[in-house]
Design a protein around this ligand. Structure first.
Ligand SMILES: Cc1ncc(C[n+]2csc(CCOP(=O)(O)OP(=O)(O)O)c2C)c(N)n1
Ligand code: SF4
Length: 287
């Protein structure tokens, strides 16, 4: 055992108690994530967790490893930079539906199409939680929120369809209340070589109406009789079974870093030795 090795839940928890509403589905998502990193025997010196903002982004304070709490919508560009500079690291992004599909929507598309070997886990609570329940891109039609008093009128974004059609090579969905299943799916996503996406259906229990929450549970089904290697079928199931859980699409392909780095490890740069005048000249050219 190296001095870095962590084997128990206690090792991976920080002293900070999660600041989520009592009963929030994110507690279950966090448990599934802890279970995976223990099961995969992650070495914290080779593991970075990158989050955006919102209730979801708080997760970076709860896992005892390298973490980066980025700006709203920006965890993916940060993750891409991190992976290219440190291709041996396990890079996992945890972000919300507002973060990944509103302000960060274009980053999602362009990161998926790179097939860079990172895992993106979305806590899909169907609203903006931290800022008190405004409608988000995944809010279902007619959901009443503080910004949509007469109900949401825009067609909700389908994260699975966007991920598959953008070039992600592992696209899956889990349900917060089934921790074991979520654990299994996240584990497969992390083991996948390429851009993997796990959407965890995690309805916000504070800003989602209670009657909708109850009926939500009955709508979640297992994705059965499916061939995840068939992209056309995957897209059609992602449309028709958007509340099903399982692996919708999976494909082995070259990763971005294999192609651009071509086996070369990026050199470490001593920032004190950077040619400051040259850099200033480049900055001035844009000002
Ligand atoms: C540039 C910018 N605009 C707005 C905000 C305010 N803000 C903080 S959290 C949030 C919504 C987050 O929603 P989501 O990503 O779904 O996460 P959740 O809180 O639901 O987990 C917003 C709009 C911000 N932090 N930065
Ligand atoms: S607002 Fe919703 S998502 Fe945020 S902590 Fe509370 S229950 Fe969870």
């Amino acid at each position: 055992m190296t001095i870095h090795q962590k084997t128990s839940l206690k090792d991976w928890q920080t002293e900070i108690k999660p600041q989520w509403c009592p009963g929030c589905t994110y507690f279950a998502d966090l448990q599934a994530i802890y279970k995976v990193i223990i099961d995969l025997n992650f070495d914290p010196t080779n593991f970075v967790l990158i989050g955006g903002i919102g209730c979801t982004g708080r997760i970076t304070s709860y896992v005892n490893t390298y973490t980066i709490h980025t700006l709203h919508g920006r965890p993916l560009p940060v993750a891409v930079g991190f992976k290219l500079a440190n291709p041996k690291m396990n890079v996992v992004v945890v972000s919300g539906d507002g973060d990944l599909f509103a302000i960060g929507g274009t980053h999602f598309i362009h990161t998926a199409r790179k097939n860079i070997d990172i895992t993106v886990i979305m806590f899909d609570n169907f609203v903006y939680g931290l800022t008190k329940g405004q409608a988000s891109p995944t809010s279902p039609l007619n959901l009443q929120t503080s910004t949509t008093p007469t109900g949401v009128k825009e067609v909700p974004i389908n994260p699975l369809v966007i991920a598959i059609s953008s070039g992600a090579t592992f696209v899956s969905q889990a349900f917060a209340l089934d921790v074991n299943d979520t654990f299994n799916i996240i584990k497969q996503a992390i083991n996948h070589k390429g851009f993997s996406f796990v959407n965890i259906l995690s309805p916000c229990i504070t800003y989602y109406r209670m009657e909708d929450l109850k009926s939500f549970k009955t709508k979640v089904k297992k994705l059965e009789n499916h061939d995840f290697s068939d992209i056309n079928l995957a897209l059609s199931r992602a449309f028709s079974d958007h509340l099903s859980v399982g692996i919708f699409y999976k494909k082995e392909d070259k990763t971005y870093e294999e192609q651009v780095l071509n086996g070369n490890i990026p050199i470490e740069v001593d920032i004190t030795q950077l040619p400051k005048e040259k850099i200033q000249k480049m900055i001035d050219a844009y000002s």
